[in-house]
Design a protein around this ligand. Structure first.
Ligand SMILES: Cc1cc2nc3c(=O)[nH]c(=O)nc-3n(C[C@H](O)[C@H](O)[C@H](O)COP(=O)(O)O)c2cc1C
Length: 382
């Protein structure tokens, strides 16, 4: 099997697993503690069965949708993923250009391994969004936001589910740090994974480039240290107003799982809520995103857009989220598996697979467009 012949995101995942050192694959594939939420994110999609309509002329189909006022070819947003260049040199820029070809927005992570300005240079026509955390150091947040404005990001995604970092046991077992620590397993992997090793030797070990010129990051060597030193367990809803003052544009709140929190977010004027458990990487045992989506859609009642984030591995998962009322989905690992399997070609393949599966799903359930999906198309299996 190759990237060109991979026909599912799971096959791209398997290719990435073969190509990458164990610690790197586990960093993207893994989640916190027992990884229950990671599994539920996917399992709960599989508990939803289709109720297709027949004999509806479905010759002309359209998967496009409006996301924050602009048309995207698919109801898909590429989610922010930090340190993506661990899987392929300059992965963030490759994902951004692949997203442009797929005509969907790409979210730059605060922890991206290519500087946000360099991503803009490499992807001049991309519809870029920028993600921030409400760090303790508000000068740092202000500076990041003003750089995001300068590169013309169209939306700011404020991630609010990381007051502290979740405990990722695979990373602990692999003794995963950035820069990578030379364990005997890693040395073996350097031999086993020659393409990956060549990239690292050519481009160096990825760092969180958005911080590299700042005095704050100079002495911080590990991902955990950087994250935990800046994360603010004391942050409250007041942060939204403060962020609003810094960022006049569209604001997305990422990491909401309760209708009352969604309601509060809408009252404070956010433009969209991303129903997300961080791909199962924060508190393990929290609900899957798809399980709580309908309640959140009901509480928001059209006053803001709602994105489903977590567990998207199939085009039919996208369709299920839309049928339950999401405006669009955000996908993190799907793109990372693609780029990990084969760089830009792999990222293109991941988005093409999702697009193709979504189109086939719509056709087979008797819909001409994503807009025709609704809850009557689905049945919950017990
Ligand atoms: C390797 C990796 C890095 C991530 N880094 C970030 C990040 O920097 N900021 C953020 O808000 N979310 C981050 N996330 C979470 C994703 O944005 C998204 O919520 C999650 O991947 C969705 O689940 P999925 O991977 O099943 O699509 C990361 C996820 C992964 C897998």
């Amino acid at each position: 099997m190759s990237v060109a012949t991979a026909s599912t995101v799971e096959e791209l995942r398997q290719l990435a697993r073969r190509r990458l050192p164990r610690a790197v694959f586990d960093f993207i594939d893994g989640a916190s503690d027992d990884e229950l939420t990671l599994r539920w994110n996917q399992d709960d999609f599989n508990r939803l069965a289709w109720l297709p309509r027949v004999l509806r002329n479905v010759t002309k189909r359209d998967c496009s949708t409006a996301i924050l006022g602009e048309v995207a070819a698919l109801p898909l947003i590429v989610a922010p993923t930090g340190l993506a260049a661990l899987v392929w040199a300059e992965a963030d820029a490759l994902l951004a250009t692949a997203a442009t070809s797929a005509k969907v927005p790409f979210t730059i992570s605060t922890s991206s391994s290519v500087r946000m300005e360099a991503i803009r240079e490499r992807a001049p026509d991309s519809r870029l969004w920028f993600q921030v955390y409400p760090y303790k150091d508000r000068d740092l947040v202000r500076a990041l936001i003003s750089r995001a404005k300068a590169i013309e990001c169209q939306a700011l995604v404020l991630t609010v589910d990381v007051p502290i970092l979740g405990r990722r046991l695979r990373d602990q077992r692999n003794r995963f740090t950035v820069p990578l620590r030379p364990t005997s397993r890693l040395v073996w992997d350097l031999v086993r994974c020659p393409t990956w090793t060549r990239h690292i030797l050519t481009y160096g070990v990825p760092r969180m480039q958005n911080f590299v010129d700042g005095k704050r990051s100079a002495s911080v060597t590990s991902l955990a240290a950087l994250m935990t030193s800046n994360m603010d367990a004391g942050v409250t809803w007041d942060a939204i107003d403060w962020i609003r003052q810094q960022w006049g544009g569209k604001l997305v709140l990422k990491g909401v799982l309760r209708p009352d929190d969604a309601e509060q977010a809408v009252r404070l004027g956010v433009d969209a809520v991303a129903v997300s458990n961080h791909g199962g990487r924060q508190l393990d045992g929290v609900t899957s995103s798809i399980e709580v989506l309908p309640q959140i859609v009901a509480s928001i009642a059209g006053r803001a857009e709602v994105y489903l984030d977590g567990g998207i591995r199939r085009g039919s998962d996208i369709a299920k989220a839309i049928a339950l009322g999401a405006t669009a989905v955000m996908a993190g690992r799907a793109g990372l598996y693609g780029v990990g399997a084969g760089g830009r070609a792999g990222a293109d393949r991941a988005f093409a697979i999702l697009a193709d599966e979504l189109d086939r799903c719509l056709t087979l359930i008797g819909c001409n467009s994503a807009k025709q999906l609704d809850v009557s198309c689905l049945l919950k299996r017990e």
